[in-house]
Design a protein around this ligand. Structure first.
Ligand code: DER
Length: 240
């Protein structure tokens, strides 16, 4: 559909940043999947790259399209990471040119819709350059929940209590084709936490990170270098 066309444009455009010899972080989700497929085609045409997957899903797809894989402990640096997002702060209206976004908050993200944000953040943060790929439905003026939290299974009730004390509420993410909750690639559970519109994502991020039992939260604040936003007719690029 239309949205998938926009996702495909964004993913394929971002994949053009991949140069010969690159180590590339491979994000998770349907938008990044287009970038992974495009990188696979480039590999078929002779591009030398190594990919670091951020989930079982992105590893499976990378293997399928023939991207040689590596891991963070086997490389000295990651040149580029490409990943999707659930929400991207974007306070302007885009055009085809590269727009410099200096406004505070532009490029901040909520991730974790695919329950992969722990390894995504690890790889995205390790990269020299982190670019997001998205369709216009992900653009927001201001982040507002839910913010996914990966939690150690034993901790899910005490973390839920801590979220209440922070003025939020949380839901244990239920699985679709499995009885009981979603279990992440790391064997943990996911709490989706709602706080309404986020006045100060950075402060919330540090509060969430300090709750015992929380493995990782889905707020990516000040980490995005650029965003490729697919539209019906083209791609808008934003440098942050
Ligand atoms: O889990 C994540 O953060 C993913 O990047 C994700 O939620 C975006 O997925 P999509 O590209 O399929 O919308």
């Amino acid at each position: 559909g239309g949205t998938d066309e926009a996702k495909r444009r964004a993913g394929e455009r971002a994949a053009e940043e991949v140069e010969d010899g690159f180590v590339v972080g491979l994000g998770t989700g349907s938008t990044t999947a287009h970038a992974i497929r495009a990188i696979g085609e480039a590999v078929e045409n002779g591009l030398e790259v190594r990919g670091i997957p951020t989930s079982f899903q992105s590893r499976q797809l990378a293997l399928e399209v023939g991207i040689p894989l590596t891991s963070l402990d086997a490389v000295s640096s990651v040149d580029l990471a490409i990943d999707g997002a659930d929400q991207v702060v974007d306070t302007g209206d885009g055009t085809e040119q590269v727009l410099d976004r200096s406004d505070a908050g532009d490029g901040d993200l909520i991730k974790g819709g695919g329950a992969a944000h722990t390894r995504e953040k690890l790889v995205d943060a390790a990269a020299d350059r982190f670019v997001v790929v998205a369709d216009p439905s992900k653009l927001v003026d201001r982040l507002e929940g839910p913010v996914p939290l990966e939690v150690i299974p034993d901790a899910h009730t005490v973390v839920a209590d801590a979220i209440c004390e922070l003025g939020g509420d949380s839901t244990l993410r239920a699985a679709e084709c499995k009885d009981g909750p979603v279990v992440t690639d790391n064997g943990n559970l996911v709490l989706d936490c709602s706080f309404g519109p986020l006045e100060d994502p950075e402060r919330l991020a540090s509060r969430l990170a300090s709750i015992p039992g929380v493995v990782e939260h889905g707020l990516f604040v000040g980490r995005t270098d650029a965003a490729y936003v697919g539209t019906e007719s083209g791609v808008e690029v934003r440098e942050y």
